[in-house]
Design a protein around this ligand. Structure first.
Ligand SMILES: [Zn+2]
Ligand SMILES: [Zn+2]
Length: 332
């Protein structure tokens, strides 16, 4: 397997594609549709002695432009099927209904979160201005949890781990060192920083709970190594899942203390207390993250549902945080 580093500077920062040579040359993730990333990808394939036309399968971890953007043109050139989880298939395909549905949820959430006019216009411009990074329409082959895809000289098993995105999936395989399973994990877990939850895919119901369930499942699968969508391989994926869950427990505590200190507060204001001033994509990610935590606290009865002004009120100032945010046990 070859890791191909993509120097994407416009969206979410540098990311990785992975090339699997063999009986069925396969690419995992495709990068944003920009000239420089297009060049990086071609050079990476050339370094492995291949070209785009050789690809027989393209596998995407999720719909975000930094993972799916070039899929359309790679498919046009190679004729390879593009596999992605069914929950993300419509957006990756470029289906106008799926894209319109995502937009309308976005508008509704921005209302609910009480994002003021100016930052709201800024982030809407940002999102619309980056639309072309998503590339053209793709003929998608949808997959589900447990499906197996022939890839390279072996196969990839689809492991649906939603949260950061509705269809986000890892692809598990037998490790090259013959010592247990490894997985391409996209943005399920990342080294150094925690993937955004709540803003990165507005279609996800109960985003924090959904994501925590995925972290628990990932920890339980106890992969030998994980190959993330950004940065370097993760040598203890279960341990990393645990650290990210602990981070969310701390953030939940901070959200409770913001409501305790300031009284009933909307998601935008909670975000300002957590993250300060935001610009660009963070105007989506900040209040999205605040919302994910508030929504979880509402479901657990710690916070009231938002009132007519979008404000959440603290009902229990001293909840059991260990119970609210389960941190997975790890076996090592
Ligand atoms: Zn992502
Ligand atoms: Zn990403």
């Amino acid at each position: 397997m070859e890791r191909i580093r993509l120097g994407n500077t416009v969206f979410e920062g540098r990311n990785n594609a992975y090339f699997l040579p063999g009986d069925r040359p396969t690419l995992v993730d495709a990068g944003v549709a920009t000239d420089s990333v297009r060049r990086d990808l071609r050079e990476g394939l050339a370094a492995a002695g291949h070209e785009v036309a050789d690809l027989e399968a393209i596998v995407l971890t999720h719909w975000h432009a930094d993972h799916a953007g070039l899929a359309a043109e790679l498919q046009a050139e190679s004729g390879a099927p593009v596999y992605v989880h069914a929950d993300d298939a419509g957006i990756v395909a470029g289906d106008p209904d799926a894209i319109a549905a995502e937009r309308s949820i976005r508008e509704r959430r921005f209302d609910e979160w009480r994002i003021p006019g100016e930052p709201r216009a800024e982030v809407t411009d940002y999102l619309d201005g980056h639309d072309d990074l998503r590339g053209g329409r793709v003929d998608v082959t949808p997959v589900e949890d447990g499906d197996r895809i022939a890839a390279g000289d072996g196969e990839l098993e689809v492991v649906h781990l939603p949260g950061h995105a509705a269809g986000l999936s890892a692809f598990a395989f037998d490790g090259e060192r013959g010592a247990g399973r490894e997985a391409y994990v996209g943005d399920v877990i990342l080294p150094k920083y925690t993937p955004n939850v709540g803003g990165a895919d507005l279609r996800v119901d109960r985003p924090l709970e959904t994501y925590l369930d995925s972290l628990a499942r990932l920890a339980d699968l106890d992969f030998e190594r994980a190959w993330p969508g950004h940065r370097d391989p993760i040598s203890d994926p279960a341990g990393r899942a645990r650290v990210i869950a602990e981070h969310h427990r701390e953030r939940t505590e901070r959200v409770v203390s913001v409501l305790d200190e300031h009284g009933p507060t909307d998601a935008w204001t909670v975000s300002a207390h957590l993250f300060g001033d935001l610009s660009g994509i963070h105007i989506l990610h900040g209040p999205g993250e605040a919302f994910a935590h508030l929504d979880h606290l509402v479901a657990e009865g710690v916070v009231s549902p938002p009132d007519g002004e979008g404000r959440y009120e603290l009902l229990d100032a001293d909840p059991d945080f260990d119970e609210l945010v389960a941190v997975p046990e790890t076996k090592r």
